[in-house]
Design a protein around this ligand. Structure first.
Ligand SMILES: CC(=O)[C@@H](O)[C@H](O)COP(=O)(O)O
Ligand SMILES: NCC(=O)COP(=O)(O)O
Length: 237
């Protein structure tokens, strides 16, 4: 069984667009767990454009499944994660101002930095995962950092799959085989969706966890829209 961690960044985006507390991020996190999800993922960014640092603290008392915090390990982020003590921290090499995550770590170039921060998190009992492209060299580099897990950056798989090209899975399969050989746990995320998730899961051996946000929240809107439109129509009769 592969665990599903729901990324709730988009709920915070919607909330922040009106300045109030609708939708209520904490209630949504509780409900998602109640509906059976295995975890909650957040990715606070330095500009706090969706998840705020205070949300990360508040979620601590609400998330009773796996709590996964993602981000670039700069000082403020490291302090926040050490304060929240989530189940897992996923390190992502985000450039300031990037629209969304758009690359995995160069685990060779940044190896000593990754070793240092990974040790700090592990000393505090927090499992680590590092975001990597599906590249065997980067998987070997990840192993050398001491991380327990990697998260495969699935944007290119999802893009190719959307174009009808199932061969886009191949580098991911090779990367997963290498990770399994090296004893690294495998997570995956970015642009996974109802359309592509089954194919990905069926073809990646040892896939422990996926984190899904953008598509899952968008799909939820569509799948709930008919019901809500009809509820309004009933009230307007
Ligand atoms: C790490 C990753 O893959 C991202 O998908 C991320 O967590 C989403 O972040 P945004 O919601 O800011 O695009
Ligand atoms: N780690 C990936 C994640 O949390 C969600 O990515 P996306 O589904 O919003 O692309």
């Amino acid at each position: 069984m592969t665990k599903l961690s729901v990324n709730i960044n988009k709920i915070a985006t919607l909330r922040n667009s009106r300045g109030g507390n609708v939708p209520d991020l904490l209630k949504v996190a509780k409900d998602i767990q109640q509906f059976g999800a295995d975890g909650i993922t957040i990715h606070p960014r330095p500009d706090e454009r969706h998840i705020r640092y205070q949300d990360a603290r508040d979620l601590k008392s609400v998330v009773y499944t796996e709590y996964n915090i993602e981000g670039n390990p700069q000082h403020n982020f490291i302090d926040l994660v050490l304060e929240c003590k989530p189940t897992q921290v996923t390190l992502v090499p985000d450039a300031i101002g990037a629209l969304t995550s758009n690359a995995g770590w160069d685990t060779i170039k940044h190896q000593s930095y990754l070793i240092e921060v990974i040790q700090e998190f592990q000393r505090n009992g927090i499992r680590t995962s590092i975001f990597v492209d599906a590249d065997e060299k980067m998987i070997e580099g990840a192993k050398a950092t001491g991380t327990e897990r990697i998260e495969l950056y699935t944007e290119s798989f999802a893009h190719e799959y959307g174009l009808g090209n199932k061969n886009g899975i191949e580098p991911y399969l090779k990367a997963a085989i290498k990770a399994n050989e090296l004893g690294l746990g495998i997570n995956a995320g970015h642009d996974l969706s109802l359309e592509n998730i089954k194919f990905f899961k069926d073809n990646i051996p040892g896939l422990l966890e996926v984190s899904i946000g953008h598509a899952l929240i968008s799909e939820s809107l569509y799948l709930g829209l008919e019901n809500v439109v009809n509820m309004y129509l009933q009230k307007l009769k």
